[in-house]
Design a protein around this ligand. Structure first.
Ligand code: HPA
Length: 287
């Protein structure tokens, strides 16, 4: 069975469980950012372990389940927990859940993550909308033969495609509107992705700053690439859990990142709840 057929089968499996998996909006919740799930009504929850071909998450704080339901009345499909390259998965496995979201018929996807801040003007606990990214992972999930059938949305499925607006300007504007309504600012940032699992060295952080990055993390970029390959619109939201190496008086720890995540995930949930109807109004208006 080909990778494409596995993706289609996994999507068909979910759709057979519930028609709620026929949503237009998807949300991927990153490291310890699961609080939004509590706001979802009419939940249908399927663990990755029970979904055909899905990779299993091995990191503490990454639950690994797919949730369909309504967020502020809007039908959404959520992936709670992702798998990372550093866990030993292949690029195809890392992006399998995103491919399945495409096969479900999604139009727009919100990718969230925990990230370190590379510039002094970012504050811990802040939410930042991604304006762009830099792929420093050293690999690309699209390496290999192109599969045009992954073009689930108009313009998708191409071997070569434009990444000028990897992160949709319009979706970013809607997210800013939602943040203002919630009473907090939403800054813009450029996210650089490394493979991890170690945090960066101070020299690497200085290098990334010189390259124009403002945030650093170990996810999202592969998902953005395949989402854009499928023709989906992407909104990226980083939760700043720490100042990056060299900007931090104390050594970085996964526990500290998780602890801040627990505070900021509440704000993220409020933002996403406020944002959902705005995203729905936009995607419903699309052909
Ligand atoms: N570096 C890389 N990934 C991260 C960080 C960081 O400082 N914080 C949260 N995820």
């Amino acid at each position: 069975m080909t990778y494409y057929e596995q993706v289609v089968e996994a999507a068909a499996f979910l759709k057979a469980i519930s028609s709620s998996f026929h949503a237009r909006i998807g949300i991927v919740l990153g490291s310890g950012l699961g609080a939004t799930v509590d706001a979802v009504t009419d939940q249908v929850m399927v663990p990755y372990t029970e979904t055909p071909y899905f990779p299993r998450s091995t990191v503490a704080g990454h639950k690994g389940r797919i949730i369909a339901g309504r967020l502020n009345g809007v039908p959404v499909v959520m992936m709670q927990g992702r798998v990372h390259f550093y866990e030993g998965y292949t690029p195809q496995q890392v992006t399998f859940p995103m491919r399945v979201l495409g096969a479900l018929g999604l139009r727009a996807v919100v990718l969230t993550n925990a990230a370190g801040a590379i510039t002094e003007d970012c504050r811990v606990g802040q939410l930042v909308a991604l304006a762009d990214h830099i792929n420093q992972m050293g690999w690309n999930p699209l390496t290999g033969a192109n599969e045009p059938r992954f073009g689930f949305r108009p313009g998708g499925g191409r071997r070569f495609f434009d990444m000028t607006e990897a992160y949709s300007k319009d979706l970013r504007a809607l997210a800013k509107e939602a943040a203002v309504e919630e009473g907090f600012p939403l800054e813009e940032g450029v996210y650089v992705a490394t493979t991890g699992p170690n945090f960066e060295t101070p020299a690497e952080i200085r290098a990334f700053r010189a390259l124009g990055a403002t945030l650093v993390g170990m996810s999202t970029v592969p998902e953005t690439i395949v989402a854009r390959h499928m023709g989906l619109e992407v909104l990226g939201i980083s939760c700043v859990t720490n100042m990056a190496a060299g900007l931090n008086p104390t050594p970085l720890s996964h526990e500290d990142v998780d602890a801040v995540g627990q505070v900021v995930e509440v704000r993220l949930a409020a933002l996403l709840k406020r944002l959902a109807p705005k995203l729905a109004a936009r995607t419903d208006a699309q052909p």
